[in-house]
Design a protein around this ligand. Sequence first.
Ligand SMILES: [Fe+2]
Length: 448
Amino acid sequence: MTSENSEQKTPWFLSGNYAPVQDELTDTGLRVTGSIPAELSGLYVRNTPNPVDGQGGHWFFGDGMVHGVRIEDGNALWYRNRWVKTTKLEGGLDAMDPKVMMDRTASSANTHVIGHARKILALEEGHFPYELTRDLDTVGCLDYGGKLTTAFTAHPKLCPETNELHFFGYGQLPPYLTYHVLDSDGKLTHSSEIEVPGPTMMHDFMITRDHAIFMDLPVTFDLQKAIKGEIPIGWDESYGARIGIMPRFGTNADIRWFEIDPCYVFHPMNAWVEGSKVVCDVGRHEYMWRDSMDDFAPSYLYRWTFDMETGAVKEEALDDVSHGFPRVDDRKVGLKNRYGWVTAPRPGDGGGMDMDAAGVVTRYDLEKGTTEVHDFGPNAQPGEFVFAARTETSAEDDGFAMGYVYDKAEDSSRLVILDAAAPASEPVAEIHMPRRVPHGFHGSWIRD
Ligand SMILES: [Fe+2]
C-alpha cells in the first residue's frame, strides 16, 4: 500500500456501527432480559442502509436492510435481517447514476418501513415502494396498477381515523411535487400536482385531521451536478422557505403558502388544528449541507403556528437540547399529541448528530413542558424509538417505547422496551440480538 493510500480513512458511514453487516440471519432463540408485556403481539421492524458491496458513496445510498423482531403474546419469536431485493441491489446499480435516479423501480429502499392496508412497505424517497412479507422477504415493487408515476416519500402519514395513507412524491424534473392518497384498502385514489418554484429535497411532510402540509425548504437539487457525478443536492438560501397548507384531497388551487425563516426540517414531530390555527412541531435545522454533505446544523424542537384566518405566522423554539428521530403515538398523527419521543445527546456529552456518540431517549410532555430521559449509559447508542400502545384503546402514555440500542463496549445490540409512563425507569424488557444491528433510520411497530 502506498503512503497516500494508507492515509485514506474509511468513511464514517462504513465505520463503527455504521458499517454494514454482510449476511442475513434468522434466530429463533433470542435471549430476553426482563419480561416482554403479554399485550404485545406484532412486528418491530426498522430499515437501515447496508450496501451489499460493503462500499457506497454516501450513507444515504446504501441498499436497504430491514431488521425485525417478531413478538407474540409477550414472547420474542425471532429476529430476521433481510436486504430488500430491489432492482438496484440485484442489478448492482449505482444510486448516483442519473438513469437509476429516474428509474422509479431502482430504489435503495433503505429509509423507512411501515405497515398499511395489510402490506409492509420498504420506502426510500426517490422511488416506488417495495412490498415485504411478514417474514421480511421481498414481494416486489408497487406502482398501484401503473397509476403511480412519481416517487413515493419515505414519510407518508397514516391517518389514524380513516386509515388513509397520505403521501407525496418529489421529482428532480417536473412535476417537482405531487400529492397522493392511498385509501384504507391501499388503492391510489388521489393524485394532484402541486406547483413549487423548483426541485427541492422534501424529506417529510405533515397532516392534520383536515390538511396536508408541505415543506418547501432551501435544500435544492441540481441535475447538472448529478450528470457530472457530483453530489446534486445542497443548501441554497436564495430559494426561500415556505410551508404549503391545503385541505386533504385538495389540488394546487387550494394550497396556501406561508413564508418562514430559512431552515431545513428532516422530520416533523406532528401537526394538528386548534381553532383557526394549524400548529406544527418540527425538528428545525438552522441550515443543511451548506458547504458539503457533512456540513449540517443540529435539529431543535420548534413550533410553527399558522393562523388560517389572519395569515399570521409564529415561530418559536420549544427546547435548546438537540434531538433526532421525533415520533408520536401513531394514533395521534394529525391530532394534538401530549407526548413526543426523540433521541438526544447524552447530558454532559455535548450536542451533535453523530449516532456513534452515546445518547438517550427523551419523552417530551408538551402539556407540562417537561422532559423525561432514559439514559442507557456511556456506551449505548439508541436509534429511533417508536411507541407501541398497550391496547388499541389505551391512553397516550399507556404503552411502550421500543427501539434498537447498540452497545459500543460489547459490540452488540438489543431491542429495548421502555414503559411509556415511566421512561426513565429500568427497561421493561431487553431482547438481545444475535449480533449488532447497524445504525439506521426509521421503523414501525406493526401490531397484529
Ligand atoms: Fe427520515
